[in-house]
Design a protein around this ligand. Structure first.
Ligand SMILES: [Zn+2]
Length: 230
């Protein structure tokens, strides 16, 4: 398996990234546990929620918060925000954007599941703002993991109308949305510098060898993204 990750984040001691499809479909706890075992990450320290394309953020600021969350399985949310170590979290995607955010001391970090509905619902902006509220220090950094890129993300006008004009591409009578552009706009609005947010061009829909894609295959196989601070 390959893990796509940002070296700036790893160099601060955070562990995480997006795992290629070679590790298998990650929709079961067992499949995820096998990945964590290979990486020497304690699976029980990695939290999970039920994703619903919402703008709800789960905040974990202490061991007590994490333990309380563990006792309430199947909570619905789409972003994680940590301001303590010893814990991490996972999300599942298959075209949606795994958005990683962290501050310059890695004392506050976040992982958001951003489908187009979550982006329209301002989840990237709200997550970055919530990091500042949680005490994020200095510069905030961002990295967008593998997701459906504008080459493949064709939409109808009703969806396109919900995005900024800069994010919508008209080509050969078709309409495409660039989620990178839209998320970057929101993060800048939240105070991040464009130069501190990296948007590598890994297209889940276009790269069948490495990624699952709902748009391409219409099956519910999912990629794992996770973030963890030992
Ligand atoms: Zn593509």
């Amino acid at each position: 398996m390959n893990i796509y990750a940002d070296n700036r984040m790893l160099s601060l001691g955070l562990v995480g990234g997006t795992v290629s499809r070679h590790a298998g479909n990650m929709r079961t706890a067992d499949a995820q546990a096998a990945v964590y075992q290979q990486l020497n990450i304690p699976a029980k320290q990695i939290l999970h929620f039920h994703q619903t394309h919402s703008d709800r953020i789960i905040r974990i600021a202490s061991d007590a918060d994490a333990l309380a969350f563990q006792n309430q399985p199947e909570q619905e949310a789409d972003a994680w925000l940590f301001s303590c170590g010893g814990w991490g979290a996972a999300i599942l995607t298959a075209d949606c954007v795994p958005l990683f955010l962290w501050d310059e001391t890695a004392s506050v970090f976040a992982l958001a599941h951003c489908g187009w509905r979550g982006v329209v619902g301002q989840l990237p902006y709200k997550t970055a703002r919530a990091m500042k509220d949680a005490g994020a220090q200095g510069t905030l950094y961002g990295w967008l993991g593998p997701h459906i890129q504008s080459c493949c993300f064709e939409v109808q006008q009703d969806v396109a109308a919900q995005f900024s004009a800069q994010s919508v591409i008209h080509k050969d009578g078709k309409i495409f949305v660039n989620l990178n552009t839209e998320i970057l706009l929101q993060l800048q609005l939240a105070g991040l510098n464009a130069a501190d947010v990296k948007t590598p061009y890994y297209c889940t829909c276009g790269d069948k060898e490495n990624f699952f894609s709902w748009r391409r295959d219409h099956v519910k196989d999912s990629l794992l993204s996770f973030i963890y601070k030992p």
